[in-house]
Every structure is written in C-alpha cells, then in structure tokens.
Design a protein around this ligand. Structure first.
Ligand code: EPZ
Length: 430
C-alpha cells in the first residue's frame, strides 16, 4: 500500500486549482440511470470513488466514455453516460463495500425499472451510517422493501407514487435518492426537512436540465412533479468545497498564502468566518479565494458541526489539525457522525494536546510545535488532517493507507508540491 512522505516546516505559497466535487459527482453519475439518452458530465474528478462507481454502473450495463478537457482553466475529465441497455438491477456486496455511495442507484433504478437489489453497506469508520430514511421514504412512495441475505430487495410494480415525506434528519444521501426517485414517480412528491448542501443544488440543476420538474431549490422543502421520461443534457460538477477548505487550512497551518482558484466562497461561509476568527486573512474574489496567514498568529476557536449551511463535518478533522498549533484552546463538537475523532490519537502521537469528552466533544490545547511521525487514519478527511499536521510538523511524517486520500483528493501531491510542499508518494506493493 502506498504511503505519503512529508518533510514539514515549509511555508506554502502559490495557486491551487480546485477540482470537481466528489460528493456532487457521485449522485450526478447515478442520475444518468434515469434516462435512456446520453448524459454528459464535465469537471468530474479523477478519484478512486468515481472509478469504483463507474465499474459498478458499467457492470449494470451503463455505457461510459470519457475524454480529457480543460474546464475552468484546469484539466479535468468529461464523461458521457448512456443507460439505454441496463441489464443488471443488482448492486453486489463487493462493489458496495468499497463504495457506500453506490446506494445512489436505489432511487433511479427503482423509479425507472421498478426493481432494484442492493447489498446493505453496513457501518464504516465514522459511524453506523444507516439508510433507514432512504428506505422508509421509498416505502412511502409505494415500494415494497424486503431485506434478505444482506440485500435490500425493492419492488414497485406499478411505478413509484408521489408522496408527502418528512425526513427525521436532513440527510444528504436520502435527499439525493428521493429527489431522483421522485422525478419519474406518478404525481407530486414533497420532501420536508430536505438537506440544502450545494451538492444537492448541483443535482437539482442536472435533473432540471434532463427535464425534471423540481421546485424549492436551495430550501428545505422540495416539490417534485413526476414526468414520464427524462432526456439528454450536458452539465458540470461544482467545485469541491471540502477540497477548497482543506487547502485553505494548508495555507493557514504553514503560515503561507494560497489562492484557491475556482473555489466558491459562498459555499464555505462558516469555515472562512472561523478561519478569520483564528487570525487568518480570507480574501474572496470573483473566481478565487486567497488565504493569507503570513506573519499571523493563529488563535484557538470553537466549532460545532451541523447541517449546511452550518459548519461542515467534512472539515472538522482538518480544522482540528490547525487548532493543535493555535494559541489557546478550541472546543470541537461533532454533531453529525458519532465516531469522527479517529484522527485524535494520531495527532496526539505528533505532539498535539487533545482530550475527547464523550463521543461528541474534544478540547484542543494549542502546542508550540508538532513533530513528524508515522501515522495512519481510517477515513478520508482524517487522513488529510494528518497530511496537514505533517506539513506543519518538524521532521518527517509518513502517512500510511493513502488509498483513503485517493478516494477524495485529486492530484494531492502534485497540488501541494506546486505550492512548495516537500511531499512524495512512496509506492509499495499491496
Ligand atoms: C454525505 O454522507 C457525505 N457523503 C459525507 O461525506 C458527509 O459527511 C455527510 O453527507 C454529511 O454532510 C457523500 O456525499 C457521498 P447523511 P451521507 O445521510 O449522505 C444519519 C466525506 O468525507 N442518517 O447526510 O451518508 C447519519 O447516520 C463523506 O466525503 C440516518 O440516521 O450523510 C448521519 O448521522 C463522509 N439515516 C446523519 O443522518 C439515514 O437513512 C447525516 O447523514 C441516513 C442518514
């Protein structure tokens, strides 16, 4: 398994181009199952999560072609997906265990083909991750759901029916799945307490481009008027706000200055206001954001993760890395996932002073410096937090289990090297 070696202590300066968002691209790719006509997606990031999803969908019969293109001044992939010959309606365990977000096939396949079988994904490093809201909503839309041998078997012989659904939690995944399902249902579906993340707006824009009738974009009440079929369109994946936020912290933790090209400041208001309170300058421009921490003193600050537009849980670990070297104390409260402090013991091995209270709160007391160490994490964002700590630490840090990073950070070493980091991948046989 590959490793990443970092020699810390270099101030990072320069530009980083922000890639298309993983968490936007995954449901967009699955939405192509809703039509027999081709759907063209631009700005798709080259990540292992996308590769896994593509392999599942091509196993099901989706035709996939791709080419390299320049999009918003950086090279990226454009994919064309065509679902005119879907033969397989089962998502097997071997695919789902590698890629939880394969659950995005549920809504589209049930809506269009009235049947789907899907291996239940089980828990993962950050929590139990149930999909009960997805399933109960589909039941409210008339689906008959059975769980057998670890598989969800869902049928809707007469097609899905519009329904009034109230989510118990503003789940991102359930909002995407039910939105997709409702586009081809008979009648009107209303979702209350829908998630409002920018990735959902990106999905709504694609679906509308395909001919869906959706009202309430950007609000927590979505109304979808089912249509008979959807058609071809071309659509772009939005820029990855979590990648942008992660590199913003790379600038802050190394007391450098990075311009995040194509970053959308409006999607990162809470993290950017937090960075400012911590003493970092954030300059929002039309097509970029400049993060300037040169000659600044980083000060501790509290964060509380919440549904969008609250502070994103997917930036909690990275901010905690910054807090480890801040002056004073910071309180981190994680309200979305029940087990998202896996990075804490590893940061402590690098000299951080962090105490976890219960499963939801951690107090970080800033230390003068971190020192490099071999570390590893069990999820994507925690792994990036360790890269950040390595960039700031004295000496050498080896981040193990790099496959987590490859799931969500496109061209990680290339991007960090370009701004002056001493970072390299050590290839090792699996
Ligand atoms: C998405 O996961 C993201 N993943 C996660 O990013 C992100 O952390 C999360 O949203 C929250 O923002 C993708 O977009 C692929 P949820 P998702 O359903 O959709 C509970 C990353 O690092 N819940 O909004 O799975 C759930 O347990 C990843 O890129 C139920 O109880 O998250 C959690 O506590 C990690 N029942 C809360 O809701 C359900 O049926 C929010 O989960 C569904 C969710």
């Amino acid at each position: 398994m590959d490793k990443i070696k970092i020699i810390g202590g270099k101030q990072l300066n320069g530009k980083i181009y922000i890639s298309g968002a993983k968490n936007a691209a995954l449901p967009l790719v699955c939405a192509s199952l809703l039509s027999k006509e081709p759907v063209c997606l631009k700005n798709v990031p080259e990540l292992s999560d996308i590769t896994f999803l593509n392999s599942l969908l091509s196993y099901m019969g989706l035709k996939i072609t791709s080419n390299d293109e320049i999009f918003n001044h950086h090279s990226s992939k454009t994919y064309t997906y065509q679902a005119d010959d879907i033969k397989e309606l089962t998502a097997p365990y071997d695919f789902v265990r590698k890629m939880r977000a394969s659950y995005y096939v549920l809504g589209p396949l049930l809506a269009r083909f009235h049947h789907v079988e899907f291996s239940l994904p089980g828990g993962c490093a950050i929590g139990a991750r149930p999909i009960d809201i997805h399933l109960s909503s589909l039941e409210q839309m008339g689906a008959k759901i059975e769980i057998k041998n670890g598989y969800v078997i869902a049928d809707a012989p007469k097609g899905l029916q519009g329904a009034h659904i109230i989510f118990s939690k503003a789940s991102v995944g359930a909002t995407c799945n039910i939105l997709m399902a409702a586009t081809l249902a008979n009648g009107i579906t209303k979702i209350e307490n829908a998630a409002k993340e920018p990735e959902i707006e990106n999905l709504i824009d694609l679906l509308i481009g395909m001919g869906a009738k959706i009202f309430g974009r950007g609000t927590s009440i979505l109304t979808i008027e089912g249509v008979k079929e959807l058609h071809s369109t071309t659509h772009a994946v939005i820029e990855d706000r979590i990648e942008a936020g992660s590199y913003a912290i790379a600038a802050a933790i190394t007391k450098g200055r990075i311009e995040l090209i194509n970053a959308k400041a409006e999607h990162l208001q809470q993290p950017f206001r937090t960075l400012e309170k911590m003493g970092v300058e954030v300059l929002e421009k039309e097509n970029s954001v400049i993060i300037d921490a040169r000659n600044k003193t980083i000060i501790g600050e509290d964060i509380y993760t919440d549904y969008y537009p609250g502070f994103p849980t997917d930036l909690q670990a990275q901010f905690m890395a910054l807090m480890t070297i801040a002056e004073g104390a910071s309180l981190v409260t994680e309200s979305i996932w029940e087990n998202r402090f896996m990075h804490v013991p590893e940061l402590c091995r690098m000299g951080a002073n962090i105490n976890i209270h219960g499963h939801a709160s951690a107090i970080v007391r800033g230390v003068k410096k971190l020192s490099g160490a071999p570390v590893m994490a069990t999820d994507l964002r925690a792994s990036f937090a360790l890269v950040l700590a390595g960039l700031a630490a004295e000496g050498e840090t080896i981040v193990n289990r790099v496959y987590h990073l490859d799931r969500g950070y496109e061209k990680l070493e290339e991007k960090l090297k370009a701004v002056g980091a001493d970072i390299e991948r050590i290839k090792e046989p699996d």
